[in-house]
Design a protein. Structure first.
Length: 217
């Protein structure tokens, strides 16, 4: 389905352009490549890591985002109760409702979410590589990096929520659900403002428990 296509596109781009992008960034910034376990904390490595992954993630999102939109709408139509959902019918629906821009609705929020996460994780990655953790127990590097990403993403979750809502903002399936608490939004900024004003911008962010919104009582 669309989710598999998204994973394939992102993996393909990461494998094919990661090294050329890193070489380009080092050449432009004039930062030589250091050993993986170097002896001092390098701000240059943080900058290279951040710029490199920002470029890669931007290309990946621009290439795969239409499939993210289609996948989210497919889920929405399943929630609606349709017995069968065809990808091509969803593509036609998005095209008829919003044209080409419908396939990129909410892209800015997701792109901002990815960039903020990358630049917050970059110092952590460099700190791990410089510290004794990476030297004596390299297997912990990946675990600590993922833990840092999880912690940071819990704070940037509202941006991801805005993206998910905007992907199906004006599609027919979403409007037919007639959810009064979530009206159609003219822009991602309006969506974020509505979530903030109603205090539901962190709904769904909890891993082990459900967050209670006091305004519902």
């Amino acid at each position: 389905g669309p989710s598999l296509i998204v994973e394939v596109i992102e993996l393909f781009l990461t494998l094919t352009i990661e090294q050329p992008v890193e070489d380009f960034v080092r050449q432009v910034c004039e930062y030589p490549k250091l050993e993986r376990n170097h002896n001092s904390y390098s701000t240059n490595e943080v900058i290279v890591y951040g710029i490199k992954n920002t470029i890669i993630r931007s290309f990946a999102l621009l290439s795969s985002y239409p499939f993210i939109v289609v996948g989210n709408i497919c889920i929405l139509r399943c929630i609606k109760g349709e017995p069968s959902v065809w990808v091509w019918s969803v593509v036609r629906e998005v095209w008829q409702d919003a044209g080409v821009m419908g396939f990129y609705s909410g892209l800015l929020a997701l792109l901002l979410y990815e960039i903020v996460n990358l630049w917050c994780v970059a110092p952590v990655v460099e700190l791990i590589r410089w510290s004794s953790v990476a030297k004596y127990n390299p297997s912990l590097e990946t675990s600590i990096t993922y833990a840092a990403k999880l912690c940071i993403s819990s704070f940037t979750y509202p941006l991801q929520l805005v993206c998910s809502l905007m992907t199906a903002n004006n599609c027919s399936a979403r409007l037919n659900l007639a959810i009064p608490a979530l009206p159609p939004f003219p822009s991602s900024q309006a969506c974020f403002k509505h979530l903030y004003n109603t205090d539901i911008w962190f709904r769904g962010s909890s891993i082990l428990f459900r967050r209670l919104v006091l305004t519902e009582l």
